[in-house]
Design a binder for this molecule. Structure first.
Ligand code: ZN
Length: 285
């Protein structure tokens, strides 16, 4: 299934995107795609309900705004420097263990919402990433069982403000957490739709020009390694998001000098099987 949420911010309704593009309103079956949904039997209930009800259920507006495909989770955990070429372009060493940082959950927005430049920012940058959504509480999970704890996958742009991240002291979270810095979606593809999450092409364009082109196959630490690893340090709750890192081609790594986003720029990105998203950069509010 492809899970979507449609409507104005904070008032999204849960839906399922069918193969022909139809958006089926599933709010009569499940209230929302949240921790209770993923942690209970929400996915199974919905999968049972859909075949008999999809044709008669109300439709969600085909042109209405897409929200993030899940309700605000308990945490967004990001993995840093998980592609060799990206580590190299930033001048960082290849990590011996996964680099972990947090992104504020208030950064979460719909896939095509504008990117609002934070006040006093000068170095807004892009990062196409595969996001993993947890489906079952994960605590000290062995790698061999890690996929049992995954509900599905989504496209994520891990926006970053490099001067906040790298020049203002402290942890990276400062440059990762502004409102609108986590556009997620267009949809959450359930695990059965993505047989091998390490074989997905990924790309990102700025103003129509390719900046990132890679594959999730180039990750240093693969999805089951990351789920298992994180679960040694914290409990992952249903609905939690793990963003698995970005390949080379970010603004920070551009030669002869870095190039950052400015109001009016348009960023488009996609991952094979997970759809595409588009953000226009707008000035601070
Ligand atoms: Zn990132």
């Amino acid at each position: 299934m492809k899970l979507i949420r449609v409507g104005e911010p904070g008032r999204e309704r849960p839906g399922v995107l069918l193969g022909d593009g139809t958006r089926v309103d599933v709010s009569s079956c499940v209230p929302d795609f949240d921790e209770a949904f993923f942690g209970g039997d929400g996915l199974a209930t919905l999968a049972r309900w859909l075949p008999g009800n999809a044709s008669s259920a109300p439709r969600l507006g085909a042109r209405d705004r897409l929200g993030p495909p899940l309700r605000r989770p308990s945490k967004i955990v990001c993995i840093g420097l998980n592609f060799r070429d990206h580590a190299a372009e930033t001048g960082a060493a290849i990590p011996a263990e996964p680099v972990i940082f947090f992104k504020s959950t208030t950064a979460l927005v719909g896939p095509n919402d504008p990117l609002v430049t934070p006040r006093n920012s000068t170095k807004v940058d892009w990062e196409v990433e595969l996001a993993v959504v947890i489906g079952k509480t994960a605590r000290y999970v062995p790698e061999a069982q890690a996929y049992d704890h995954v509900a599905g996958y989504a496209l994520h742009n891990d926006y970053s403000e490099r001067s906040f991240q790298l020049e203002r002291g402290g942890q990276w979270v400062k440059g990762k957490s502004a409102d609108t810095f986590a556009p997620l979606g267009p949809y959450l593809a359930t695990r059965d739709e993505v047989p091998d999450p390490q074989r997905l092409g990924m790309w990102l364009k700025v103003n129509g020009e390719y900046r990132q082109r890679s594959s999730t196959g180039n990750m240093i630490f693969a999805v089951p390694v990351l789920v298992s690893y994180l679960s040694q340090f914290m409990t992952l709750l249903p609905g939690d998001v793990i963003s698995t890192g970005t390949p080379a081609g970010v603004g920070l790594g551009m030669k002869p000098e870095p190039v950052y986003l400015k109001p009016g720029d348009v960023v488009e990105l996609g991952i094979e099987g997970l759809g595409e998203s588009r953000q226009e950069i707008v000035p601070p509010i």
